[in-house]
Design a binder for this molecule. Structure first.
Ligand SMILES: Cc1cc2nc3c(=O)[nH]c(=O)nc-3n(C[C@H](O)[C@H](O)[C@H](O)COP(=O)(O)O)c2cc1C
Length: 266
């Protein structure tokens, strides 16, 4: 009887020991891998920014002439979404958007009516990228994200110098179903956005994915992917959120009117 109890105790102690050792190992590995994961995410973002530029030969030529190739021509700016004004240039360099979104003092909790992109909270400040040609804005690159069918869709929307015509829309991270919603990563699908306009003459946001194509080309929308309507609805919602009043609308207005807070050299 006593022997039996001892065996039990030994087994329990052994199991507890294994659990503690494994738990410690898993935590240590995940802490060790964290900076590497952050670096990989950063590399993915930069690769997407590079491919975004590669689709626009005229800009690549300009960047090569003016500022050396690639990302060097992209000017990162930290924007306050409520005012649509830029912070001093240096602040954009090490700004951590994810950390800002996690800090209750640096984010806006969205009401269900506001939260059309299903993101819950919106950081107050975001890093956007400008490309200027002879001091004129040639391209504005805006991070956009929101919920698709079953995953968060992360991408960049770039607008031409008129701040209305889409230059490109690329998604660099999502977990949609391969062959269904994951087609938002296809180059054909992404190319279909080029030239679409975001607003109509009255200023209403019209950009999106057309769920029921009614024939003919739309100046604002691309057609939904068969079998992935919900991913398309997610894309429409996130574009309209980020281009709307809680997103980049103030910044776009300031850039259009040449407001000082977006024009001053810093
Ligand atoms: C396993 C599975 C995966 C799915 N993945 C997606 C997806 O990635 N995106 C999407 O919009 N719908 C997805 N759907 C389909 C949705 O449930 C829904 O039927 C679809 O969005 C409707 O699109 P349709 O009207 O074009 O058929 C998936 C369904 C199943 C069963």
């Amino acid at each position: 009887m006593l022997e039996n109890a001892k065996d039990w105790m030994r087994t329990l102690l052994f199991a507890a020991g294994v659990a503690v050792v494994c738990g410690t190992l898993v935590s240590a590995v995940s802490v060790w891998l964290e900076p590497r994961q952050a670096r990989n995410t950063q590399r993915d973002r930069e690769a997407v920014l590079q491919s975004l530029l590669a689709c626009q030969p005229e800009l690549v030529a300009f960047l090569e002439d003016a500022a050396g190739a690639g990302l060097a021509g992209l000017d990162a700016r930290l924007v306050d979404l409520d005012t649509g004004c830029y912070a001093p240039r240096a602040d954009a360099l090490c700004f951590d958007v994810e950390a800002a979104a996690a800090d209750p003092h640096q984010r806006l909790t969205l009401s269900p009516e506001q939260d059309i992109a299903s993101i819950g909270v919106r950081p107050n400040q975001v890093v956007v990228y400008e490309v200027r040609r002879d001091d004129e804005l040639a391209l504005l690159v805006l991070p956009v994200y929101g919920l698709g069918y079953g995953s968060r869709l992360d991408g960049f929307l770039s607008l031409g110098g008129d701040l209305d015509t889409v230059s490109s829309l690329v998604f660099y991270a999502h977990g949609e179903t391969p062959g269904m919603g994951a087609r938002i990563g296809d180059t054909d699908w992404q190319a279909a956005w080029r030239g679409k306009r975001t607003r109509d003459e009255t200023g209403r946001l019209r950009i999106g994915v057309r769920v029921r194509p009614s024939g003919g080309e739309s100046p604002y929308e691309i057609d939904a992917m068969t079998g992935a309507t919900r991913t398309g609805v997610g894309v429409t919602n996130l574009l309209r959120f980020w281009l709307g009043d809680l997103g980049y609308a103030s910044l776009i207005r300031n850039l259009e009117s040449g407001a000082r807070c977006v024009g001053e050299p810093a």
